[in-house]
Design a protein around this ligand. Structure first.
Ligand SMILES: CC(C)(COP(=O)(O)OP(=O)(O)OC[C@H]1O[C@@H](n2cnc3c(N)ncnc32)[C@H](O)[C@@H]1OP(=O)(O)O)[C@@H](O)C(=O)NCCC(=O)NCCS
Length: 245
């Protein structure tokens, strides 16, 4: 899989109607100085941060949420402190003001050391990043969640390709489910994305409930796997690096 050209961005690019912006935030290993982001967080996010015991987990949460609010505020052209979020019944966050919801759609995913954000105008989006654990057992996840055909197709691959194939498929399904805003209990993850003969390509169009979705894998960095999903359209995708102060 190709590593996209991640563009370091000092300013802030406009989001055109035909564009998807994917932002990458790399957490510095020593990232402790996150207090500058605290004023952007809501009361609920402050309490959630307070409940996180490990300093690095707490710092990562504050950083991820703070940057989410900064990015949304720039797309909406309002101060970060005025961004109001709420979650739907599946847990998917969206803008609290319905009038703004159609102006910018977003989703986020984070794992140890990395956060990703995806934005469009007017179309729901989903994103997922996973750290690839070289020693983690993934076959039981496949057996529990994937349809037998996908488990069989992955098992038939050369051994050195199976793990990355699993993560590619897992992130595709997560990003699609997150775009639609449905949870793990939905039947979606049990459906074969590539049909009964083959695993899906790194980029595919799939029809769910009468809506066509574009789902694609991309590399966010060595040791990670990621995918994004958005309703089908002629999209131009920009990969942008968020520079922390
Ligand atoms: C809740 C869920 C989205 C969390 O996924 P995860 O990999 O643990 O975490 P990620 O970092 O990718 O995403 C977390 C973010 O997604 C967003 N999110 C939470 N629930 C969401 C939902 N139902 N839909 C879309 N986005 C959601 C939030 O912004 C959350 O950020 P937070 O942790 O700061 O609150 C996931 O467990 C889930 O239910 N996924 C549905 C898809 C599914 O069935 N997956 C199985 C794949 S085979």
């Amino acid at each position: 899989m190709r590593m996209p050209d991640w563009i370091p961005v000092a300013g802030f690019p406009a989001l055109e109607d035909n564009q998807v912006h994917i932002w990458r935030l790399i957490h510095a290993p020593h990232q402790r100085k996150v207090s500058g982001y605290l004023p952007f967080l809501s009361t609920e996010e402050w309490s959630r941060a307070d409940r996180l015991i490990h300093p690095h987990v707490r710092a990562a949460f504050i950083l991820t949420r703070g940057v989410l609010r900064i990015l949304i505020s720039r797309y909406l052209d309002i101060p970060p402190g005025e961004v109001r979020l709420e979650v739907d019944s599946s847990g998917k966050p969206h803008l609290a003001q319905p009038s703004l919801e159609e102006i910018v759609h977003f989703n986020t995913s984070h794992t140890r050391g990395l956060s990703l954000y995806i934005f469009t105008r007017s179309r729901p989006v989903g994103i997922d990043v996973e750290e690839i654990h070289p020693a983690a057992e993934y076959t039981s996840i496949m057996q529990n969640f994937f349809p037998p055909v996908e488990t069989r197709l992955i098992a038939a691959l050369p051994e050195d390709q199976r793990r990355s194939a699993f993560y590619a498929l897992w992130t595709q399904k997560e990003s699609l489910a997150k775009a639609i805003g449905i949870g793990i209990a939905s039947g979606l993850v049990g459906q074969a994305l590539g049909g009964n003969e083959r695993l899906p390509d790194a980029e595919l169009i799939t029809n769910v409930g009468g809506t066509r979705w574009r789902v694609w894998n991309f590399l966010p960095g060595p040791g990670f796997s990621a995918a994004a999903a958005v309703q089908e359209n002629e999209w131009q995708v920009n990969y942008l690096d968020f520079c922390t102060q």
